[in-house]
Write a protein that binds this ligand. Structure first.
Ligand code: MG
Length: 326
């Protein structure tokens, strides 16, 4: 089999690639959990994650690859209940890259690291043949608060599903840049520290969390359903979406359930804590448009309930999607 762009989409082809090549080669209890970051033992529990960023273009409305490289990694640490602390950066730079752009990216990365409360503690630079591309790998380390145990296997029937804001923004912003479509859609690229830390310090019973990146909410819920002993229902009319992104999706025939963000999370919380969690997220930075969009239900299916009461099965993203959005 040859690699196709679909293997980078974050959907079914990506999970096949991971299962057949990488998980088949490296398997251990930590990796096999397939969560956003690994929580391992030390003197205190630490969370570790690594991610590579290959987005094109390098700068876009609402962000750039430097900001993205911090947000993606910091958000993955947060999704396991960790407080992000340290980050490493490795730049792979193709010959021909512009040093002015590199400076802008490096400064944006540092600014975002400060915003997220993480320190860049190690870095590397490699230059390779090519045509001016820049890629960044970041590894993040965070400390897990005593007692925090946030993972998809914890989801249970009755839990509420909260998304922290409008969906599809990052995906639509990158696609607009790539297709030269003029509009006001901005990437939502942001570190979600404040909302997660506010929920945790208020004692919200968060069962699972995931940032809604490549593959979109649909793919996240399908992955959760595989790990948890329950299914999920989403009320289509509760999904927050800006009029611009809604219009954009309509014109291009895109499904917002499969569109990636870089500053939105899904929190699965105990039903009795749902209102409290929603209010906390709405009062936190980047969370003003949060909404309760559905619930965990019996079974193992993910279902979208349309405004007219129709039921549509949600699957993980299949096919190419837009691989290089992150
Ligand atoms: Mg993630």
């Amino acid at each position: 089999m040859k690699i196709t762009m679909a293997h980078g989409s974050g959907g079914r082809s990506t999970s096949q690639l991971i299962d057949e090549i990488f998980r088949a080669s490296s398997s251990n209890p930590v990796l096999d959990m397939m969560e956003d970051s690994a929580v391992v033992d030390g003197d205190t529990k630490i969370a570790v994650t690594t991610d590579s960023f290959v987005v094109t273009p390098l700068t876009f409305k609402g962000g750039d690859i430097g900001r993205l490289a911090v947000c993606g990694t910091v958000n993955d640490l947060l999704m396991r209940g960790a407080v992000p602390k340290y980050i490493t950066t490795a730049y792979i730079i193709e010959e021909g890259a512009d040093t002015g752009t590199l400076k802008l990216i490096a400064e944006s990365l540092e600014r975002t690291a400060k915003e997220a409360g993480v320190t860049v503690i190690a870095g590397d630079t490699k230059v390779i043949e090519g045509s001016g591309g820049v890629y960044i790998n970041t590894t993040g380390v965070g400390f897990v608060k005593d007692g925090a145990d946030i993972k998809s296997a914890n989801c249970c029937e009755g839990d509420a599903l909260i998304v922290s804001g409008t969906l599809g923004d990052h995906h639509a912003a990158i696609l607009s840049e790539r297709m030269n479509i003029e509009n006001n859609i901005k990437s939502d690229c942001a570190p979600l520290c404040e909302m997660v830390q506010n929920m945790m310090s208020a004692g919200v019973r968060i069962h699972a969390m995931r940032d809604i990146t490549r593959g979109g909410l649909g793919t996240v819920l399908c992955e959760f359903a595989k790990n948890a002993g329950c299914g999920f229902e989403i009320d289509e009319d509760k999904i927050p979406i800006t009029p611009e992104v809604r219009g954009f999706c309509k014109i291009l025939g895109l499904n917002v359930m499969h569109m990636g963000n870089e500053g939105k999370l899904l929190a699965v919380v105990s039903e009795s804590d749902a209102q409290k969690a929603l209010e906390i997220i709405r009062k936190s930075r980047y969370g003003e448009n949060a909404a309760i969009v559905g619930r965990a239900v019996k079974g193992g299916d993910v279902t979208l309930i349309t405004p007219l009461g129709g039921r549509r099965k949600v699957t993980e993203l299949y096919g190419e999607g837009l691989p290089r959005i992150c």
